[in-house]
Design a protein around this ligand. Structure first.
Ligand code: ZN
Length: 162
């Protein structure tokens, strides 16, 4: 495992669309492990997407376990297949240091993906997990939370970053 460098807003790569993963090989397993380690090494990271470490592939890692929640999830080719309701969450992002923004997201989502073994998984998520899933899947389409935010704020040190 290795910590990779996190791309920061202004980097053109963050605006690009990521490609689906067709073969789950050693490189992909390594990528997911490295993404998880990179996220854990940050103070407040709870989610990370492959483009944030410079790889335009559809892979995300989410870990709410240090907040007492679910995870880690290592997801390949994730797709939101159902969504319901609405919530406004104050989001931050490892790629947008020092900023938070209010973003309208679904209250509940169903996400279908493959896990690192290539098995189909279906995650029924609500509240924070639903927000993090939507935020990370946005990264795969080149969308940052600041593109969706209705209001932006300066961040305090103890905020979560996704
Ligand atoms: Zn992010």
């Amino acid at each position: 495992m290795a910590v990779r460098q996190i791309r920061i807003i202004g980097d053109e790569l963050l605006k690009k669309k990521s490609r689906p993963i067709e073969v789950i090989d050693e490189k992909i397993i390594q990528l997911l492990d490295d993404m998880h380690e990179t996220m854990i090494k940050t103070d407040d990271g709870i989610g990370i997407a492959a483009p944030q470490v410079g790889v335009l592939k559809r892979a995300i890692v989410i870990d709410l376990s240090r907040e007492g929640g679910e995870g880690p999830y290592k997801l390949i080719n994730p797709v939101v297949t159902k969504q319901k309701g609405e919530q406004v969450c104050r989001e931050g992002c490892l790629s947008v240091p020092g900023k938070l923004g209010d973003v309208v997201r679904p209250k509940e989502v169903v996400v279908e993906a493959l896990n690192e073994k290539g098995e189909k998984v279906k995650i029924k998520a609500k509240d924070l997990l639903a927000v993090v899933l939507c935020h990370e899947i946005d990264h795969l389409d080149g969308i940052l939370f600041v593109d969706r935010a209705t209001d932006l704020y300066d961040a305090e040190d103890d905020e979560e970053d996704i």
